[in-house]
Design a protein around this ligand. Structure first.
Ligand code: ADP
Ligand code: MG
Length: 674
């Protein structure tokens, strides 16, 4: 018996005692080794004319014996000499496992995760097998050898026989284990069943270039005897057939012109466990210093767990047709977390670790291209099939908005044009570009109102006031909307008809256009403004003058009202945004009333003090109620001014969808007035 090298022993120990739930990846590893061995022989034959092999014969074969509990993975590849058996299986000299060892040193106790992220290689067989025999005959040699080990202390190498070149890896599969306190139950029998092996091959090795074959039992109807009567019952018999389990040519390696939409959709549904066709399939091939194929899907519906904590984003990562990782998170930004798909690059190492992934320049380059591609495909979807896009947006729009918010607006340039909002004027979902294109020349900002109900928002006095000026208002009902707008601050619209500041220039342009000149276009940037906060700058010069005069004239009234509302409002002022209502509450500073409400629903609410918006009571000086206020003030009826101030404040809160701070007092005041 030869002893394993210390580092091999550590690794083996880890494998055997692994509580890693994904033990099934051992098959992927062994098949990948077999396929590599076949590849090496194939390559040798291609480069050496003295070697004659029939490429059609090259294959990997699986077989199992339930009674003996053995699973065999055979290949007719390059094989190994006795020295190579010793070298390759007795020590971990090869790069992949070396890397593993280093990684492991830094992550003591973290092995569950590590195994999942690595191509862990040959030793992973010991996760499911109590005994491993490797019978191998190197190409061009007459004799074969067998390497054997229980994975504990060491291994033996002895002479053996094998009909021709290639390798058999024979695993003695462990007995099933019931769940214990320290571990999950293990159904090792799965690896001794036709369906279990077929499933594993299709999941992990479906696109291995060589056929992975297995003798399977099938059933067929026996031939009907010539003398069978009318009451003949068909008889069935079992028979054996060699079946190729994998599909070999990856769909993403095919030219998209050779694949039907149907095929793409079927592949999507089978691979990503969705019932519905995707909203869009995207396939592309990158060439140059870094070559890869990508097949991406935008689902039509959100998976049920998309917004849960457990949801894992990521694309499947393949290298040379072998799946390295089911969900490589590094390939997708959070706001495209709903995208499913595959990236396959021969340039990515099979033994790449999660650590190196994060720093991998190649991977980052792929991720950045993938991101751009998704964004541009979404733009196409938006322009080509608006209905489908709106459905997509309903499902995934929140993530896009969140992307802008989380990046503090840095991603706004990429994502803003993918957003849709409800237009109060047009009564449908529109983009910001469409909003800008429909603006009158005089409009200086993009206006929005935030709340949880579209109908209520449409009726809000401040919304009506802005609409009355001919300006559209976006009615935002998602809790993230306002945070997104604040992160964006403004929106740049492209290719709008030029607005001429100076009358002569405007006239000249009008003439030129009348003579057939193309209208001049320009990009314009608009601030995003909540109709209920800050200064909207809506008033005309005349209105501003009137407001100033009114503020002066009623200085005492405003002061008295502010006093009556001490602690509730910062100011009482003349409103430029009201059309019909007597008063409204607006806010100053970053926090709006709506955001205050959103925060009150969130986890911050339980943590204690919530931030409070700086409120302003704005009055409509053209409203009859204002005249009554003025009259009460003139009559020196301080009590009535106080009563009216409180009532106006409370009813403005109600209109905002908030309760008066003291509903009982509010009701009493209403009665008093009656
Ligand atoms: P890796 O595949 O990353 O090199 P493994 O632990 O999977 O690491 O395999 C170790 C080595 O053993 C391989 O590099 C290869 O040289 C050899 N080997 C394993 N399986 C086979 C096989 N079926 N045929 C030929 N060589 C093999
Ligand atoms: Mg390997």
């Amino acid at each position: 018996m030869r002893a394993f090298k210390t580092e091999s022993k550590k690794l083996l120990n880890l494998m055997i005692n692994s509580i890693y739930t994904n033990k099934e990846i051992f098959l992927r590893e062994l098949i990948s080794n077999a396929s590599d061995a076949v590849d090496k022989l194939n390559f040798k034959a291609l480069t050496d004319s003295s070697i004659q092999i029939n490429p059609d014969d090259l294959a990997v074969r699986l077989s199992f014996d339930k009674d003996a509990r053995t699973l065999t993975i055979s290949d007719n590849g390059i094989g190994m000499t006795a020295e190579e058996l010793e070298q390759n299986l007795g020590t971990i000299a090869h790069s992949g496992s070396q890397e593993f060892k280093q990684e492991h040193a830094e992550h003591q106790g973290d092995d569950v995760d590590i195994i999942g992220q690595f191509g862990v290689g040959f030793y992973s067989a010991f996760m499911v097998a109590s005994q491993v025999r490797v019978v191998s005959r190197a190409f061009g040699e007459d004799s074969a050898h067998v390497w054997e080990s229980d994975g504990l202390e060491g291994y033996t190498i002895e002479d053996a026989s094998r009909e021709s070149h290639g390798t058999d890896v024979i695993l003695t599969i462990r007995e099933n284990e019931d769940a214990t306190d320290s571990g999950l139950s293990e159904r090792f029998d799965t690896y001794l069943s036709e369906w279990g092996l077929r499933d594993l091959v299709q999941r992990y090795s479906n696109y291995v270039r060589y056929p992975i074959q297995m003798m399977v039992t099938k059933s067929r109807e026996k031939e009907r005897p010539a003398d069978a009567g009318d009451d003949y019952q068909p008889e069935y018999e079992d028979y054996q057939e060699l079946e190729t389990l994998n599909s070999m040519t990856p769909i993403w390696k095919k030219r998209s012109s050779d694949v039907s939409e149907e095929e793409y959709n079927e592949f999507y549904k089978a691979s990503f466990h969705d019932w519905e066709n995707p909203a869009r399939s995207i396939s592309f091939h990158a060439e140059g210093s870094l070559e890869y194929d990508a097949l991406l899907y935008i689902p039509a519906k959100a998976p049920f767990d998309l917004y849960s904590r457990d949801y894992q984003k990521g694309l499947a990562l393949y290298s040379s047709n072998v799946m390295i990782m089911e969900k490589c998170a590094e390939l997708l930004p959070d706001y495209f977390n709903f995208v499913r798909g595959i990236v396959d690059s021969a340039d990515v190492s099979l033994n790449i670790s999660r650590e190196t992934l994060q720093h991998d320049r190649q991977l980052r380059a792929i991720a950045s291209r993938v991101e751009k591609k998704i964004a541009s495909e979404l733009v196409s979807l938006r322009d080509e099939n608006r209905e489908l896009y709106e459905q997509f947006f309903e499902n995934f729009g929140r993530g896009l908005k969140f992307g802008i918010y989380q990046s503090y607006g840095a991603k706004a340039a990429d994502l803003a044009d993918l957003l849709l909002f409800w237009s109060a004027q047009q009564e449908k979902m529109i983009t910001l570009a469409e909003y800008a294109a429909a603006m009158p020349d005089t409009q200086k900002a993009i206006y929005y109102a935030a709340g949880d109900n579209r109908e209520r928002l449409a009726k809000m006095p401040v919304v009506k006031g802005v609409l009355a000026r001919g300006y559209d208002v976006l009615l935002c009902t998602a809790d993230v909307d306002e945070f997104t707008f604040q992160a964006m601050r403004n929106y740049q619209a492209h290719g709008l008809p030029k607005v001429y500041e100076d009358a002569a220039a405007a006239e000249a342009a009008r003439k030129a256009q009348a003579d057939g000149a193309e209208p001049e276009l320009e990009d314009r940037t608009f601030e995003l403004k909540n109709v209920a906060s800050g200064d909207l700058d809506l008033a005309t010069e005349d209105e501003k003058k009137d407001a100033e005069a009114a503020t002066k004239e009623h200085e005492n009234l405003f002061a008295a009202m502010k006093e009556a509302l001490a602690g509730k409002v910062e100011r009482v002022s003349v409103s430029a945004r009201l059309a019909e209502a007597p008063a409204c509450i607006t806010t100053e500073g970053a926090l709006s009333l709506e955001m205050e409400k959103v925060l009150a629903r969130g986890p911050e609410a339980d943590a204690g003090e919530l931030p409070r918006s700086q409120r302003v009571l704005e009055l409509n000086t053209k409203h009859a109620v204002f005249d009554k206020l003025v009259a009460a003030q003139a009559a020196g009826d301080a009590e009535r001014v106080q009563l009216m101030a409180e009532l106006l404040y409370d009813q403005a809160l109600l209109v905002e969808g908030m309760l008066p701070e003291d509903p009982v007092a509010f009701a009493q005041r209403v009665c008093e007035l009656m």
